[in-house]
Write a protein that binds this ligand. Structure first.
Ligand code: PLP
Length: 471
């Protein structure tokens, strides 16, 4: 399988080359040059496979530069009951007839980012080992991404993580989760500033090409294709659990921010998985809902980006969205380039409302969308608890709220559960008047010793720290 850029660059690359890269050289995102097709016979063969075997079958359609035996071993080592809590890895929970939660949040950091990041850690270690190279991962986090990256990379050979976060601004649980890691290759840098300062520092360091090369700086952000393809697997796993035969259809509802999770659903559907609807849910930061309703994509300035009670969906632009637009426009790289590099860069928006591709988007791609507010979240958490005895987190509540409007008789609706309630306790207390349950392995983590270095909000200090800690 070869990979191309959404902006039309003529080069083609193999999986392991794009694994360690971020953007394509022309600023586009990588996609496979075609989507492998699965037919009913393949689905029948995959039904009933353990999760790690299913992961191997799907990944091997996209990865042909890792020997099959090695890829199989990497999948088996990643998706274990020990790491993900159950043998099914992503068990379905039925709420009522035709409505399910698919649990993606039983990994080490209790959020769905573990599903891909755990595999990425093993792929990085494998590929760096093969090349005899090292990688220093530099990132900025306000919570979920940083902890998922650290738990995936801890103890991995050839890899160090330097994770900046805004000092004193993450939830106490999230701070405890990250800062209690004692692994020598994990470095927590608490920056005296806000999340934007952390992002600016990462950008400044990455733009210093000499420093970047000399210190082998890389990233693990959500535009990495390996993360996306790992997420395709749980759409298949959810489908098999909700159906008994391979002609049945299901719909998925996906709490969305950067469009990574639901983009994996789009890929699964393009491969031929019988998905009826892909329901995209946003919170008050409704950039994506606006696009799917109106055809206008308008990135938001910082002043218009709301801090909400589903913070992992607080985005001003959706970094993976370009992948879908490329497919929507019939894979026209020149046109995608002119939209993102021209119109969007110049005016902060583009408008596809008059494009025929937008007009039959629902029929061709199955996308529907809606938005949810803090009041919706609280009401949904309460209602789900009262009626079904299930406690859901704020992000999953956004998904459930929007899913309601798009259910169809006879077609199971699977809402992706993207985090556990314990990560966002204050809204649970507001909705239910009680603290969320805490999984046993997290009891008392606030009392553990911490490894964190506080630094001024300044790229020079972060560079000096990195230089002093990578041998
Ligand atoms: C990251 C995240 C999301 C958003 O996922 P995207 O892939 O960015 O759309 C939703 N919920 C939780 C809990 C997350 O951590």
């Amino acid at each position: 399988m070869q990979y191309l850029s959404t902006r039309g660059h003529p080069d083609r690359k193999r999986f392991c080359d794009i694994l360690l890269e971020g953007l394509a050289p022309d600023g586009g995102l990588y996609l496979p040059e075609r989507y492998p097709q699965v037919d009913a016979a393949t689905l029948a063969r995959w039904r009933g496979l353990p999760y790690h075997e299913l992961a191997f079958e799907i990944l091997s359609l996209y990865i042909d530069d890792i020997p099959a035996a090695d890829l199989r071993a990497l999948c088996a080592k990643t998706y274990t009951a020990e790491v993900f809590g159950t043998p099914q890895i992503v068990p379905l929970k039925q709420l009522e007839e035709g409505l399910f939660l698919e649990a993606l949040s039983n990994g080490p950091t209790l959020a769905f980012k573990d599903m891909a990041m755990q595999l990425l850690g093993n792929l990085f270690e494998y590929e760096l080992g093969r090349r005899g190279e090292q990688l220093n991962i530099l990132g900025a986090t306000s919570g979920d991404t940083g902890s998922a990256a650290e738990y995936a990379m801890r103890g991995k050979k050839g890899i160090r993580v330097f994770m900046t976060s805004p000092h004193g601004r993450m939830s106490p649980f999230q701070q405890a989760q990250m800062f209690s890691l004692q692994d020598a290759n994990i470095h927590n840098l608490a920056v005296e500033g806000v999340f934007d300062d952390c992002q600016d520092i990462v950008k400044a360091v990455s733009n210093d090409l000499v420093f970047k090369r000399q210190h082998r700086i890389g990233t693990v952000n959500s535009i990495n294709w390996a993360r996306l393809v790992a997420q395709v697997v749980y759409y298949f796993a959810g489908y098999f659990q909700a159906t008994s035969g391979d002609t049945q259809r299901v719909s998925f509802a996906v709490p969305s921010g950067n469009f990574g999770n639901i983009c994996a659903g789009h890929v699964a559907r393009m491969m031929g998985l019988p998905i009826e609807r892909l329901v995209l849910a946003t919170n008050e930061n409704d950039v994506l809902d606006e696009f799917f309703r109106t055809g206008v994509y308008r990135v938001r300035p910082a002043a218009e980006t709301h801090e909400t009670s589903s913070p992992s969906m607080d985005i001003s632009k959706a970094s993976n969205f370009e992948r879908f637009v490329f497919d929507l426009l019939g894979r026209d790289g020149a046109r995608t380039r002119s939209l993102f590099e021209g119109e969007l860069a110049r005016t902060g928006r583009f408008d596809l409302s008059q494009d025929p591709a937008f007009r039959d988007l629902q029929a061709r791609f199955g996308f529907f969308s809606g938005r949810s507010t803090h009041a919706d979240r609280v009401a949904t958490i309460r209602d789900t608890w009262d009626r079904f005895g299930a406690m859901v987190d704020t992000h999953t509540a956004d998904g459930l709220k929007v899913a309601r409007a798009y259910r169809q008789p006879g077609i199971p609706m699977l809402v992706l559960e993207t985090a556990l309630p314990v990560k966002f306790a204050s809204t649970i207390v507001e909705a239910l008047g009680r603290e969320p349950d805490r999984p046993a392995k997290f009891v008392g983590i606030e009392q553990l010793p911490r490894r964190v270095t506080v630094l001024p909000a300044d790229a020079a200090h972060v560079k000096a720290y990195i230089a002093g800690h990578c041998a």
